[in-house]
Design a binder for this molecule. Structure first.
Ligand code: F6P
Length: 361
């Protein structure tokens, strides 16, 4: 038996399709147990800066509030990737204040839905005494300890649809289309949309590329008169051998660096080396928008229900994880210890190589 009566749920970091499904299921699971459940606005901001919110930063969640949200993109609670209570405001640490707020509101536990940054904050709060369950979210799919994160399937599905569309225009103009996708330090979105979208080359952070090799591959594949166009997928974190990532914005206090721009660079280099017309397309935040696919919806619903069940079972300081055929609980410490990156000898990369897709290596 548990002494839980009131819990909170928050969504932190970049949004991902499926967040509302998690909230929906968590509310149903909590209400079924007679618990009250509140949503914290904008990650943890609602608790830290309640004066900024008409409802005091906490949204009472009932079945009626969440009844029709499971299929919607985004998050009804709002989110932020600037709200780390351990590093904000000139380095001052507001974690103790935050935990005090939980106590004042008689909140017995937090369900923290987020990626590596948000879950690292959740782990620290847990170490300081707050009861926490983590839920893995990110379109990047870079969280270790879970086979997959929700948001990833929606991002890959949309990227694949975009690549399918680009085949027509690329073929009509006999161009090389370069498609830059998100993913930070991980190449999962690039790899799986590139395979599904029948790309000729996929450049990912895990396999540094040589532009001369990419160009030679594109030239060889477009030399065939029946297919004079090419599609190259570039992960935003891709880097050349011996080089670094391309940044849009360097890191500032309390905010991580912004990646992006490598697609344009690769396009210019391929134009020069192949003599073909090139165009770069950046899919960017379109990958985070839109409705969750049925896979992400069911995963989100499963995670939301499981997070509440974990609390009812007395779990604490763990992340729910799917490792088929099981749903596991993994200590937050383990789940946030390292990122899950694409393995150079994994089946995804091997499949791509079989399909004559170059990684520029
Ligand atoms: O972590 C998800 C992600 O979409 C990354 O792939 C990307 O680099 C980042 O978020 C962009 O975040 P922002 O919302 O700050 O532009």
């Amino acid at each position: 038996m548990t002494d839980i009566k009131r819990i909170a749920i928050s969504t932190g970091g970049g949004d991902a399709p499926g967040l509302n499904a998690v909230i929906h299921a968590a509310v149903y699971a909590a209400r079924n147990r007679g618990w009250e459940i509140f949503g914290i606005r904008d990650g943890l901001e609602g608790l830290l800066e309640p004066q900024n919110y008409p409802d005091g930063g906490l949204m009472k969640l009932t079945r009626r509030v969440v009844r029709d949200i499971a299929h919607l993109g985004g998050t009804i609670l709002g989110t932020t990737n600037r709200g780390n209570p351990f590093t904000r405001q000139n380095g001052s640490d507001r974690a103790a204040e935050l935990i005090q707020r939980f106590r004042e509101h008689h909140l017995d536990a937090l369900i923290s839905v987020g990626g590596d940054g948000t879950l690292a904050i959740a782990r620290e709060l847990n170490e300081k005494g707050l009861r926490v369950i983590g839920v893995p979210k990110t379109i990047d799919n870079d969280l270790d300890s879970t086979a997959v994160t929700f948001g990833f399937d929606s991002a890959v599905s949309f990227a694949t649809e975009c690549i399918d569309r680009l085949h027509f225009t690329a073929e009509s103009h006999r161009r090389v289309m370069i498609v830059e996708v998100m993913g930070r330090a991980a190449g999962w979105i690039a790899l799986y949309s590139g395979i599904a979208g029948r790309a000729d080359a996929i450049l990912i952070p895990e396999i540094p590329y040589e532009i001369t090799k990419v160009a030679a591959h594109v030239k060889r594949k477009t030399a065939n008169r029946s297919r004079q166009y090419s599609i190259v997928i570039v992960a935003e974190g891709a880097k050349p051998v011996g080089g670094g990532v391309t940044l849009r914005e360097a890191a500032t206090a309390g905010h991580v660096e912004r990646l992006g721009g490598v697609g344009e660079i690769v396009a210019a280099q391929l134009r020069e080396r192949t003599g073909k017309e090139t165009r770069a397309v950046v899919l960017g935040h379109l990958l985070r928008g839109g409705q969750p696919t049925s896979i992400d919806r069911s995963l989100g619903l499963t995670f939301g229900a499981t997070a509440v069940r974990a609390l009812a079972e007395g779990q604490d300081g763990v992340m729910v994880a799917i490792n088929p055929p099981k749903i596991d609980y993994v200590p937050l410490k383990v789940a946030t210890a390292k990122l899950k990156l694409v393995a150079g000898d994994g089946y995804g990369v091997m499949t791509a190589r079989t399909l004559d897709i170059s990684f520029g290596d």
